[in-house]
Design a protein around this ligand. Sequence first.
Ligand code: ZN
Length: 354
Amino acid sequence: MKRMEKLRGVLNNIFIPKLLRKLHPAWLVLLVILKIISVIVFTFLIACNNNQNTDKPTTVAPKDIVITPPSFDADSAYSFVKTQVDFGPRAPGSKAHEKCAEYLTNKLKSYNLQVVVQHGMVTTYDTKQFNISNIIGSYKPELKNRILLLTHWDSRPIADMDSVDKDKPIDGADDGGSGVAVLLEVARQLNIAKPSYGVDIFFSDLEDDGENNNNESWCLGTQYWIKHPHVQNYNPAFGILLDMVGGKNPIFPMEGTGMHYAPSFIQKVWDVAGKLGFSEYFIDTQTGTTIDDHFFINRDGHIPCIDIVHYEPEKRDYPYYHHKHSDNMSVIDKNTLKMVGQVVLAVILNEGGA
Ligand SMILES: [Zn+2]
């Protein structure tokens, strides 16, 4: 008893509120034990939370997710970039270009898409002639309601923005490789998810063999396709072009050509990106107009088409490795591939009501 009284005195002096001081000392001891346990648990929870916060953040992480993210295998997409780069630069006329065309054709067929490979002669600004391979894989080709997804699969034959080896071809891991990789994984997922909308995946050739300040010299494969569509009266609801969609710390602004021709579709895609928690990357800043495959599809093909393209408005430039030899596997971030793939798939699944 005495011990209890002594303890009560000690406790009173420490932290027992006045109202509790009249309790039996045994209850007080119990309260103190409970208090100590709660402090330990609380401290542990804070420690766990801090651990999470000190984890190195991934380059791309979603915030405030509103819609369920579709399945998309980032490792699979990453391996698709690597396979392309391993062929060597896919510059027109090269062995690597030929091998890659065969690989892409077989890959699309393996996902049960109906594949058309379109050939035709084009002439570049420096009067070289090439036989292009435009590769189109169609999911549910019988359906009238369709979405066009496209990206170029060739890589630039020169490194004109570099300070060394300017006349040598680039790997084009991001510029060429990433868009193809995302759409190959999208094709694989379509074969699994089976949405109720028709989808055409178009790998355009000879996008990147143009001359600066010569608009018409770019996107020769797409320009050919517009004049010779792979099916008659081709009329998709809209198109989404991917270009440089695999780099670290990407910025995808509302690109100006798309904003001029197809602003409502940019809004639609950016809304989906926001609901998936990616508004930090799909920013609502509008940039100037760019010449890319979608420019010709809008202007000459009269199909509303937007461009998801890594462009840094503050620098008014593409990423630092654009048209340089540093556009190699080291710049590729599988989280970026996944983010873009999920946005594209969510748009398709949303459109199809699946
Ligand atoms: Zn390029």
